[in-house]
Design a protein around this ligand. Sequence first.
Ligand SMILES: Cc1cc2nc3c(=O)[nH]c(=O)nc-3n(C[C@H](O)[C@H](O)[C@H](O)COP(=O)(O)O)c2cc1C
Length: 158
Amino acid sequence: MKLKILVGTMTSTADYVAQAIQMDCADIVSDIEVTLMDGLDIGVFDAAPDQDALYLICTSTYGSGDVPDNARALYESMDAQPKYLGHVRYGVIALGDRTYLQTYCFGGQKFDERLQGLGAQRVGEVWCHDASSGTLAEVEATAWARDWLTQALASATA
Ligand SMILES: Cc1cc2nc3c(=O)[nH]c(=O)nc-3n(C[C@H](O)[C@H](O)[C@H](O)COP(=O)(O)O)c2cc1C
């Protein structure tokens, strides 16, 4: 199985999270690719069937509950050029801050809603990290990702 982590970020926290997962989870999945969302569109989900790809959306939230600037083209292409993504299995890491009460982790939630709408299959729940909690996103996310990958592998072979 190949894990593709797609990173939406303004100030690199989501990128650090993705890189930590790439290093920490290599014993579970050897092929982990980290890609910034810049310049991507819905075609990123066209993995060859033999690649058995699993996707991890790893994105923060900006503005008033918006996806980061580098994620906008990919997010909007899922609306402008929709296609059925029933073959796509994915998870979501949503970075946010609870002080933004009305829009907490909306960036990741928005990707989740759009992927669900196109028929993609989420593995597990959307995982949120609160920047105001004082915990390190990289540390918490890698612990979550290890469990999530184990679940994804088990459901792939079930
Ligand atoms: C200007 C600004 C706007 C933000 N807006 C939101 C928001 O609406 N909802 C939320 O949950 N977090 C919001 N955040 C918090 C970020 O999503 C959070 O700090 C995240 O960890 C940043 O990750 P990044 O460095 O990968 O961009 C905002 C942060 C800033 C600086």
